[in-house]
Design a protein around this ligand. Structure first.
Ligand code: FAD
Length: 353
């Protein structure tokens, strides 16, 4: 009966805990400073869009590739998960090709990406159908997740598999093994602490940095999800639109500001985000302009980017799963599956000692 402690209740920790809790005999406790329902600048997952728009190149696509089938299954068969299919259009401007945003989104804006055969209805749009200023475009079916429903859904699935939850802040990763709900010492600890992996004793990963994402949540309906390869407002400003499932509203993004961590929305940035969104998708306000946006709230989340790449690795009896940057949802199952394998390895090694 292995005792496992998962530290973190963001999408990484909850997905990992869910897969572990499905293994016969595993007793899983999730320990976290923030839980679903909280909104905090240290807790990224509630702020995400969140949709599935692959960003990895073909050589590093395994996590995203392995996540799509489960997200598609949930969108098809499990309405209470808060995930729905969405028509998606990706616009590309040649002038963005060498900018940081253009580079970041280069897989997504490619006319022949690795996911062309994975996502339904992938096609290149005819040039005659493109709006002014757009050089090429693709369209396909993706999903959009409503984190306010999906994170509690993951938590409730863990509970129904007898996992337990403990609200606590640990200052050193070694302390986590003492917090298993059974009172016994944990056999394996899984570290899913996101951005705070940079401050956690025993980890202190200085390669983990925040990438600030400012968003506006509105009630307007865009009809389609849009993303464009860049903006004319600076290298760290981006433009995307996605409607969350089950009445979750529409997210207008955004920014991609490396190393920045201001928790308060910048009003000038908010204005530019709304202006760009209405220009990209005039249908958002029925052609009535930015004044017709019906704002629910402004927000800021910090993507936990690890400059050396995501850390999914076993270190003795600790397995790490952090540093997912702007793709934590769309790679969640692929990453968690690998973590399960590493936990099994840690248990085998422990059993031999
Ligand atoms: P978090 O959600 O931050 O969770 C970390 C957990 O660890 C928390 O529970 C925290 O309390 C806990 N913790 C940390 N330290 C301690 C400690 N010392 N003791 C106890 N507990 C601790 N991704 C997509 O896939 N698709 C998108 O469309 C998308 N859009 C995004 C838009 C924005 C604006 C932003 C900001 C992000 C977006 N992302 C998107 C990225 C995604 O949100 C992140 O990659 C993901 O949420 C990271 O999840 P996590 O579980 O690793 O971290």
């Amino acid at each position: 009966m292995p005792n496992i402690v998962v530290v973190g209740a963001g999408v990484s920790g909850l997905t990992t805990a869910l897969l572990l809790s499905r293994k016969p005999g595993y007793r899983v406790t999730v320990v976290a400073k923030h839980m679903p329902g909280d909104y905090d600048i240290e807790y990224t997952s509630p702020w995400a869009g969140a949709n599935y728009l692959p960003m990895s190149d073909a050589d590093h696509s395994t996590y995203e590739k392995n996540t799509w089938p489960e997200l598609a299954r949930l969108a098809t068969d499990v309405p209470e998960a808060g995930i729905h299919f969405q028509n998606t259009i990706i616009y590309n401007r040649h002038k963005d090709a060498l900018t940081p945003t253009g580079q970041w989104l280069s897989t997504l804006t490619s006319p022949a990406p690795w996911f062309a055969s994975l996502l339904p209805s992938f096609r290149v749009l005819p040039p005659s159908s493109l709006p002014p200023g757009i050089d090429s475009a693709t369209a396909f079916t993706s999903v959009c997740i409503n984190p306010a429903i999906y994170l509690p859904y993951l938590l409730s699935q863990c509970l129904s598999n007898s996992a337990t939850f403990v609200r606590a802040t640990i200052s050193h990763i070694a302390d986590a093994s003492l917090l298993h709900a059974s009172g016994a010492r944990a056999d394996v600890v899984v570290n899913c602490t996101g951005l705070l992996a940079s401050k956690l004793g025993g980890v202190m990963d200085s390669d983990v940095i925040p990438v600030r994402g400012q968003i506006v949540l509105v009630r307007n309906d865009p009809g389609v999800m849009f993303t464009i390869s860049g903006t004319d407002d600076g290298d760290d400003e981006v433009c995307y639109i996605m409607q969350r499932a089950a009445g979750g509203g529409t997210i207008l993004g955004g920014t991609y500001q490396k190393g920045r961590s201001e928790s308060q929305p910048d009003p000038n940035q908010a204005w530019r985000i709304m202006k760009r969104a209405v220009e990209l998708c005039p249908a958002l306000t029925g052609g009535k302009g930015i004044e017709a946006l019906d704002v629910v709230r402004h927000g800021v989340g910090l993507r936990p980017l690890r400059t050396k790449g995501v850390r999914i690795e076993r270190d003795g009896e600790v397995v790490h799963n952090y540093g997912h940057g702007g793709w934590g949802y769309q790679a969640s199952y692929g990453c968690a599956e690998e973590v399960v394998g590493l936990v099994e390895e840690a248990l085998r090694v422990k059993a031999r000692l």
